[in-house]
Write a protein of this length. Structure first.
Length: 149
């Protein structure tokens, strides 16, 4: 799965480079038309189009640089996952709304249901947390997490 993610990033970077080449060609074509044009209105339109294409190119280049410079390391990824499993509450407290939704989807198997008369019931945990709950009781939680990592 980790290798698939790396391959996906490589593919995305390659596609971005192809897109950048296409945009460079469009800029060159528009620049040649600008040089050949005698009409001020056409020149202004071409300049605006060149600026728009250049903005698109810069956005793609920036995202490509972010992906290329972001070194993915299996150990780092594993440490991040283990830190989350050890203390999902910390991720919840520190997170914004998007992060809290992610934490909720990772910790619970289904969305938390609110019953009109009974209120909120016991939520169904996702598989990793269900397994930890079954194998670990109370105070052994932190010690068992340490053994796993």
């Amino acid at each position: 799965m980790f290798n698939q993610k790396l391959q996906q990033i490589d593919l995305t970077v390659a596609q971005a480079h192809c897109e950048i080449k296409k945009l460079d060609k469009q800029i060159d074509d528009a620049t040649n038309k600008l040089i050949e044009s005698k009409s001020i209105a056409v020149q202004a339109a071409l300049e605006k189009k060149i600026e728009e294409i250049e903005r698109q190119r810069q956005q793609i280049q920036q995202s490509t640089n972010n992906l290329s410079n972001h070194q993915l390391d299996f150990g780092t990824a594993l440490n991040t996952v283990m830190a989350f499993i050890e203390n999902p509450h910390d991720a919840w407290i520190r997170g914004d709304l998007k992060r809290k939704k992610l934490v909720q989807r990772l910790v619970f198997a289904r969305p938390i249901a609110l019953h009109p008369s009974q209120g909120i019931g016991t939520a169904d945990l996702s598989l990793p947390f269900k397994m930890l709950k079954e194998n670990i009781s109370g105070k052994k939680w932190a010690a068992s997490i340490t053994l796993v990592s």
